[in-house]
Write a protein that binds this ligand. Structure first.
Ligand code: TRP
Length: 447
């Protein structure tokens, strides 16, 4: 099974250098690793929990999408989409909500922080707390479990949410899995090598502290003006400077090569003036950021192109989410009437229901082309081609592959001489084969 990595970005702000160094750059690099399927999405439903200003949410979605693309995200390699374009996510959110203990949510850090603050002020415990905030971790679990992500790169503050997603998944598997793991249990991935970038005042760079260095917003001038505001100590030109713990030095180093770092540290120890050091930092950041900013400005001037990219990502994401959601609906008893879960007599009624179910299941087709060779393909219930084989000399060879894939699943499909259908990811094939094998097993049990 391939390894799936998924992460989301809440669209409630404007990207800053801390986002770039801490999240965007490592995620873009990771998405280029071989053997990994990456899902990256704009968590715009989550944005509504934090922000009720429609203009800000709308603007942030555009800025964040353009930023990721400008920073090198390749939408051909990564399934890049908006949460709100995937209706299966709120649907799953509800199924998960119904198995999530309220007590578990009471312990969520974000909710507890809100109630603690209320208590400290002598307000009613839940003042200003919405159901969105309370249920935040469940929606996040739906984001992750929808795509059966194995690994979720996040900041430390999000680790508890991933643990909650595991708890919720375990509960759901136990209640509805009938011994099968419906959901993969996700792992948080925290990259300790990625330093937390300090802001202008030396605290963590964060929108909530209003100490950020904008990545693109305001152009080269804003960059220069903001670097000028970074707090330094009062050592005079000529005096040796302490580099350890200096916000300016850490910001400089975040984009510097090892040689540039060394030279900068040596010069500061040798008495380089802070003003000079800021000019050098501005030049270094500008050299790194300017080409991306140019790309960003071109992108943001054409929001329709970004829209198309996101819609294409949503289409690919839904090719995975839709068939999986169908399985989940079936698992909780919301499948078609007369399906296995109605518990009706398996004779007459199930016969008709059985054919209705197979109508919608993925199918293998074997056929012969004008070139005289034998082929097979696997198609989704809507006719989209998931797998297409090469041509075989003998029909028997094609038949043997189909039989093997049908009994062994995706592992066998990966060894077969087949290509993925256009825009199809292995995850969709895995889901389709799982569904087919489950249907086969059910049919065998009823026979
Ligand atoms: N809550 C995350 C944050 O604020 C964003 C997010 C939403 C997310 N859904 C997710 C991250 C799923 C990882 C996986 O940073």
């Amino acid at each position: 099974m391939s390894h799936r990595v998924l992460t989301g970005i809440t669209t409630s702000g404007t990207p800053h250098l801390g986002n770039y160094v801490g999240a965007i750059r490592p995620a873009v690099a990771a998405s280029r690793e071989a053997g990994v399927e990456s899902y990256l999405f704009l968590a715009d439903y989550h944005a509504l929990i934090k922000c009720d200003d429609p203009r800000r949410v709308a603007r942030s979605r555009l800025e964040i999408a353009a930023t990721w693309l400008a920073c090198g995200l390749d939408p051909q390699r990564v399934t890049f989409y908006r949460q709100s374009d995937i209706p299966e996510i709120p649907e799953l959110n509800w199924l998960l909500t119904c198995v999530t203990a309220k007590g578990l949510m009471n312990r969520a850090h974000a909710y507890k922080a809100a109630t603690d603050a209320n208590q400290a002020q002598g307000d009613e415990e839940d003042a200003g707390v919405t159901m969105g905030l309370f249920g935040y971790p469940v929606l996040m679990a739906a984001d992750i479990l929808m795509f059966n992500a194995h690994r979720v790169p996040v900041g430390r503050d999000q680790v508890q949410h991933i643990e909650m997603a595991r708890d919720i998944a375990t509960r759901f598997n136990h209640l509805y899995g009938q011994g099968r793991e419906l959901f993969v249990l996700p792992q948080a991935q925290i990259d300790d090598a990625v330093a937390v970038l300090p802001g202008l005042d030396g605290r963590k760079m964060s929108k909530s502290y209003d100490n950020t260095l904008p990545l693109f917003d305001g152009g080269a001038k804003a960059l220069r003006d903001t670097v000028a505001k970074i707090v330094t100590d009062s050592r005079l030109p000529g005096e040796p400077k302490e580099t350890e713990g200096s916000a300016l030095v850490l910001i400089h180093d975040s984009l510097a090569t090892p040689q540039q770092r060394q030279a900068f540290h040596d010069d500061l120890a040798g008495g380089l003036a802070w003003g000079e050091a800021k000019a050098r930092t501005t030049a270094l950041l500008e050299a790194h950021i300017a080409p991306m900013r140019e790309h960003y400005e071109a992108l943001i001037a054409r929001p329709d192109d970004i829209e198309d990219i996101l819609l294409d990502g949503a289409r690919r994401a839904r090719a995975v989410a839709q068939p999986f959601m169908e399985q989940l609906r079936e698992a909780v008893g919301l499948g078609r009437l007369g399906s296995a879960r109605t518990g009706g007599t398996p004779g007459g009624a199930a016969g008709a229901a059985g054919s209705a179910a197979t109508e919608r299941a993925p199918v293998f087709k074997q056929y012969r082309e004008a070139d005289g060779r034998f082929y097979f393909k696997l198609s989704a219930h809507d006719g989209a081609v998931l797998l297409q084989s090469e041509g075989f000399e003998a029909g028997r060879e094609a038949g043997q592959w189909v039989k093997r894939i049908r009994s062994e699943g995706a592992e066998a499909a990966r060894q077969a001489p087949v290509a993925l259908g256009p825009g199809v990811q292995w995850a969709a094939v895995e889901q389709a084969l799982q569904r087919m094998m489950a249907d086969d097993a059910q049919a065998a049990a009823q026979a």
